[in-house]
Design a binder for this molecule. Structure first.
Ligand SMILES: [Zn+2]
Ligand SMILES: [Zn+2]
Ligand SMILES: [Zn+2]
Length: 252
């Protein structure tokens, strides 16, 4: 199984519009971050997590040909607003693309993007998606997927475990019942917004706290703002923790 980082940025992306800070102006490609998303690849199985506003660019850059399913973490704009570009896969695969989400996110998607869930028309003129409520573990090809409930401030959302790896973006608290589902991880991918405290996201210090508590072999930070310079942050972290960058591939 492989995890490809399609985007490692926060809602604004890096560089941010109209910002001329050193990170936004940095020549280091690891400081160029599209909105947060990953692709989990195992043989013919391609699982996409979230459809942010940079989806088209991400699919082109990673040369994704086929999608098996889309898994949604939550309904914030930086995680869903690229949904229209799933149409390319309807067109290429001639199938309705299955999407999985918790009840609230499924409802928000069905309301905001109602036209995507209507019966497909033969020309695939619009995205054609089916929505499945995911509450329990499920297998996609060789990938065992377990939804991991976390708290994004007050909002309950989902992270996902994929075999021995977990992707937990946009969170402040991991409940004890979810910690139980995160034992024996080889790779933990974790929200790490910036240095300052934030009401709904982990900052660097909190991300390190959860990384220690979960104790994965490797922890990889994502969903980072322009506050975080790649090289500076990487030098500050313990040996088992690294920041992600767009295009990074983790082999498991
Ligand atoms: Zn986000
Ligand atoms: Zn900036
Ligand atoms: Zn969010």
């Amino acid at each position: 199984m492989k995890i490809i980082f399609l985007g490692t940025g926060s809602s604004a992306g890096t560089p941010a519009i109209a910002c001329h800070c050193p990170v936004c102006c940095s020549a280091d490609p690891r400081n160029h971050r599209l909105r947060a998303s990953i692709l989990v690849q195992d043989g013919d199985t391609n699982l996409l997590v979230d459809t942010g506003p940079d989806l088209r660019q991400q699919m082109l850059r990673a040369d994704v040909q086929v999608l098996s399913a889309v898994l949604y973490t939550h309904f914030h704009a930086d995680h869903i607003n690229g949904v229209d570009d799933l149409r390319a896969f309807n067109f290429a695969q001639k199938i309705v693309i299955p999407c999985h989400a918790d009840e609230r996110t499924a409802m928000e998607l069905e309301t905001r993007f109602r036209y995507c869930f209507l019966p497909p028309d033969i020309t695939w003129a619009k995205p054609s998606l089916s929505m499945h409520r995911i509450a329990s573990p499920q297998t996609f090809g060789g990938v065992a997927v377990t939804p991991i409930p976390v708290l994004h401030g007050q909002l309950p959302i989902l992270g996902y475990r994929f075999n021995d790896a977990a992707y937990l973006t946009d969170l402040k608290i991991i409940p004890d019942s979810s910690l139980m589902l995160l034992q024996g991880l080889k790779v933990l991918i974790l929200d790490c917004l910036h240095y300052a405290e934030h009401p709904t996201h982990l900052n660097v210090e909190e991300a390190l706290y959860w990384a220690r508590r979960i104790g994965a072999e490797r922890t990889i930070f994502t969903h980072m703002t322009h506050d975080l310079d790649y090289a500076t942050l990487a030098a500050e972290l313990p040996e088992t923790v690294i920041p992600a960058y767009d295009g990074m591939v983790v082999d498991l």
